[in-house]
Design a protein around this ligand. Sequence first.
Ligand code: SF4
Ligand code: SF4
Length: 410
Amino acid sequence: MQTQLPESLLDSPQGREADAILRRCVHCGFCNATCPTYQLLGEELDGPRGRIYLIKQLLEGEGDADTVRTHLDRCLTCRSCETTCPSGVKYSRLLDIGREQAERQGTRPWQQRVMRWGLRQLLPFPRRFALLLGLARVLRPLLPQSWATALPAVNKASVAGANIAVRHPRRVILLDGCVQSVAAPEINCAAARVLDHLGISVQRVTDGGCCGAVEQHLSAPQVAAQRMRRNIDAWWPLTEAGAEAIVSTASACGLQVKDYGHLLRDDPLYADKAQRISAQVKDIAELVADSPAPSSAGPRPRVAFHSPCTLQHGQRLGGVVEQILRDWGFELTPVADGHLCCGSAGAYSLLQPVLSDRLRADKLVALRRGSPQVIASANIGCLMHLRQGAESSLPVRHWVELLADCLPNK
Ligand code: SF4
Ligand code: SF4
């Protein structure tokens, strides 16, 4: 694609990066075929090719920033288009730049600004989120049915409380996560048990925090960068002391930390450290896949696995969890259109509820088709979102919990 970005923009690292990405796009439109919003809405401007063109226009000083922002807001950032693109267009990088520009040049309605501000004040803070969750539980009878059923049960599980000693020479840092640490602490307990069984001890870092993905995707990249620096400072001593990896059980958080090296590349104090931290991050699937499955056989439920976009398109780990589950003796039911997003996509389900609900409904139809006994996934956002739409007789769990169920002395 030919570009004519102004010299002032081409003088900046961001402008040069956008220009290089735009020039890779040959406008073939293959990406539209696997884009969930293009499939739902059938509009060129709600598919990746159209969005790329909108961003190009905006960067070239044409186009209306508010219109561009509307179409970029509808994008799930699922990166399915990146997996499909034969030219290697890094759409998500361009999207970040386009969103920042649209935000700067346009005027977002105040209701949306308030909503986004509220989410940024809530989601990355476990104590605030726990308070809201507690309040919601009290008000459960007044909530819509789908919200009431999706509220996680009170669970006092914690990795610290599980009392699993750090006893192996192999050690990893296990990220707590923000929302997950409140809504589903049992996931990291299961992860610690599975890793312990595989000869790997977990260490926790209490003075880290949210990975920064919430702010990154809610138009506050500077706040996100502050979080990243703080996390690097918190993790650094443990990695220097021999922790072999930084492990996440939430694929969205893992992807964000894998991106630290890129996101902080222009920070003179943190660029090198960020690169090294990113190189050490692993989704828990990468560790489990490298270890032999236990030989003990026992009854296993039939599983429909939903691979989060952040796992399959972002981290390019599609098929890894599915193979682990098979190796551990689970039967996987077929799931059509597994490349499509479930509609959770961070705060998307709250900001674009109509599109999000349609995507979830389609996803649940695909997941149920093989009559599974349990749905499994790998990211807290997807788990909570799918639970909200699934009937109570069909549990939705993290896949690592299914492995933990197979271990002795549960
Ligand atoms: S598939 Fe790639 S090259 Fe083709 S239009 Fe989409 S982004 Fe551009
Ligand atoms: S990230 Fe997902 S929703 Fe956005 S353009 Fe690409 S495929 Fe479509």
